[in-house]
Design a binder for this molecule. Structure first.
Ligand code: ADP
Length: 319
């Protein structure tokens, strides 16, 4: 194994830099030349890459975003372009590729593996919506950002006896909503898995108010209700002054937490070791604290439901 590539694909996530750094340093430590493709799969299609060395990953472990940039690459949905990418990789002399991204990026890596380029996927997304792994790079940082923001909203909610409806990321996966809901003492979460109707939210808030609580946090996953509308309805039906806040892309940024840095480093290191062992078409995953790897197609079929025990616990004590 002489030369491997690394790229970040799909949405960015804090900790991607730590993963890139680990891939680059592990490669160098094992006598392999690392190269970094720019803007996801576009970098392979356009042969847009940097030869990476120790210096190129110096001082990045603590920074959010990705030094390799990330993007969606629509051409990759077409076989002809994937074939071109494979030919480019051959011309560059690649012996393997580490793809840091989500399930979509894994699909691209699966196709490249089929064509003959050994690929390993590393889970990078703030939503924790990759079923094959308990943990994705960026999830912890994003949740800490949400908690910091909601804590501030909670302060002012307390002063004014208000309700704050906060939209968080995680379109099809409510992991961010559930865990930040618990961590901020929210009275309700609304997600794809738990699409609580507005009347139920209102009844719940009324009941909780009777117990003496005078300020309320409701967390809504992006796409599962318009937070402004929900706040308006709560205000109209309960008389509680209610405001909506959309946290948006602030959740994607920031310095990665210790947990994200450590997991990103472990996963990047593990990915290069898999390539060195001659593995291909695998994804790195964290299961019960241990790193494991799965076949890409198997990984893509897995399901990761929301932890309903956690949800039930949250609701039982949300008064
Ligand atoms: P994520 O990797 O975070 O799930 P996307 O679903 O946007 O994000 O995928 C990122 C990129 O991976 C896409 O822009 C495309 O280049 C590639 N990709 C996604 N799905 C496929 C697919 N079915 N076939 C080939 N490439 C894909």
């Amino acid at each position: 194994m002489k030369k491997i590539g690394v790229l970040t694909s799909g949405g960015d996530a804090p900790g991607m830099n730590a993963a890139i750094r680990a891939v680059v340093k592990t490669a160098i430590a094992n006598g392999i030349q690392p190269i970094g493709f720019i803007k996801g799969y576009n970098g392979i299609l356009e042969k847009n890459y940097h030869v990476m060395d120790r210096e190129s990953v110096s001082g990045i472990i603590h920074s959010g975003g990705t030094i390799l940039k990330t993007a969606r690459c629509m051409e990759f949905y077409e076989a002809a372009y994937r074939e071109k990418a494979f030919q480019n990789a051959k011309e560059i002399g690649l012996d393997g590729l580490v793809v840091i991204g989500g399930d979509g990026s894994y699909r691209g890596a699966g196709y490249l593996s089929e064509l003959g380029l050994p690929c390993i996927g590393v889970p990078g997304t703030i939503d924790n919506d990759i079923a094959s792994t308990e943990y994705t790079i960026g999830y912890d940082t994003a949740m800490n950002t949400v908690v910091e923001c909601v804590d501030k909203l909670n302060d002012t909610c307390q002063s004014h006896e208000r309700c704050s409806v906060v939209e968080v990321m995680g379109r099809h996966a409510g992991h961010i909503a559930l865990n930040t809901g618990i961590a901020t003492g929210a009275v309700q979460i609304i997600t794809e898995e738990i699409p609580t109707p507005i009347d139920e939210v209102v009844e719940n808030i009324k009941k909780i108010r009777e117990s003496g609580k005078d300020h309320f946090i409701v967390i809504v996953s992006e796409g599962y209700g318009n937070p402004v509308e929900i706040a308006t309805q709560i205000q109209e039906k309960t008389g509680i002054d209610s405001r909506a806040t959309i946290l948006g892309h602030v959740q994607r940024g920031g310095n990665p937490t210790l947990k994200d840095r450590v997991n990103a480093t472990r996963m990047g290191y593990y990915a290069v070791k898999l390539l060195e062992e001659g593995k291909t078409n695998r994804v790195v995953a964290l299961q019960q604290g241990n790193l494991v790897d799965y076949d890409i197609q198997e990984a893509l079929k897995m399901k990761k439901p929301l932890d309903m025990d956690l949800y039930n616990m949250m609701m039982e004590i949300s008064f």
